[in-house]
Ligand binder design. Structure first.
Ligand SMILES: [Fe+2]
Ligand SMILES: [Fe+2]
Length: 275
């Protein structure tokens, strides 16, 4: 079991966000904004899936998983709240969130669906978030230094994603989830995540008026495929999920552990909500 604690971040998210807050770079800002737009709906889905998975376990196993699930829910609920505030600033800048409503429509499952479907989808999303998180923690300069408050927000979120990356996966396994469905959901989620991220980034750039600038696409190529680029560096970790002996714990979490230890003045531990 992983010991998880929710943390209240000591930053002011009421203060506005500048248009190109991420290193003054239109592409990077649009991409990060797109991710933020997906979080409130996505994280509510993860919370619901994990809670439902916990309740589907036999009572003796529930007691074993309950503290970790409570920590998971506390962390995701705090992320969701802060990114809701973040997204309000984006709305005021004229950006339109298409990803959140699309994800909400997609999750209209029929009643009574096996809890393992939601858990397999959540485990797949959590793999994406944890490998992106780890990349970000190893390259914090990609966030720039224009707004230290936002650097703290993203690195705190990244650290907690790394911390709780095993929860949905372990619940899926504890409920007897099989390999075929685990991989089927990973394929689906990979398709949705990549296409949704691209669509939302392009939409953000179009509304920002920077979609057709050469500098935008130069930055995109470097950020995604350059030396230390996101796609280039996370591809092996993405692929590892398909191995039969994969477990999220195999992915190094040291960058997150270090960030949390070195930035303890930026947050306070908070009481856990009930699962
Ligand atoms: Fe999160
Ligand atoms: Fe998460």
């Amino acid at each position: 079991m992983t010991k998880l604690v929710a943390r209240r971040l000591l930053i002011d998210m009421q203060a506005p966000i500048s248009r190109h807050w991420c290193a003054g770079d239109a592409f990077r800002t649009a991409f990060m904004n797109a991710l933020s737009m997906s979080f409130p709906v996505g994280e509510q889905f993860f919370i619901d899936s994990v809670r439902e998975g916990l309740h589907a376990l036999p009572p003796e196993q529930q007691a074993r998983f309950a503290p970790e699930v409570q920590g998971f829910i506390g962390q995701e609920a705090t992320h969701r709240r802060l990114h809701d505030l973040f997204n309000t600033h984006l709305e005021q800048q004229g950006l339109v969130n298409g990803w959140g409503p699309r994800a909400l429509r997609r999750r209209q499952y029929p009643d009574g669906l096996d809890a393992r479907h939601g858990l397999a989808a959540t485990a797949a999303y959590e793999h994406f978030t944890s490998i992106l998180a780890d990349w970000m923690l190893r390259h914090p300069q990609s966030l720039g230094d224009q707004d230290p408050r936002l650097v703290t927000l993203w690195l705190w979120h990244a650290s907690e994603e790394s911390e709780h990356k095993c929860t949905a996966f372990d619940l899926y396994r504890a409920l007897g989830g099989n390999e075929a469905w685990r991989l089927k959901w990973f394929g689906r989620i990979s398709f949705f995540f990549i296409t949704d991220a691209l669509r939302q980034t392009v939409s953000n750039l179009r509304r920002d008026g920077t979609l057709w600038r050469v500098s935008t696409w130069r930055s995109a190529a470097k950020f995604l495929f350059g030396t230390n680029g996101v796609v280039r560096e996370t591809l092996p970790a993405w692929r590892a999920y398909k191995r039969a002996d994969f477990h999220p714990r195999q992915h190094d979490a040291q960058a997150a552990i270090d960030w949390l230890a070195q930035n303890s003045d930026q947050y306070r531990a908070i009481a856990r909500p009930a699962a």
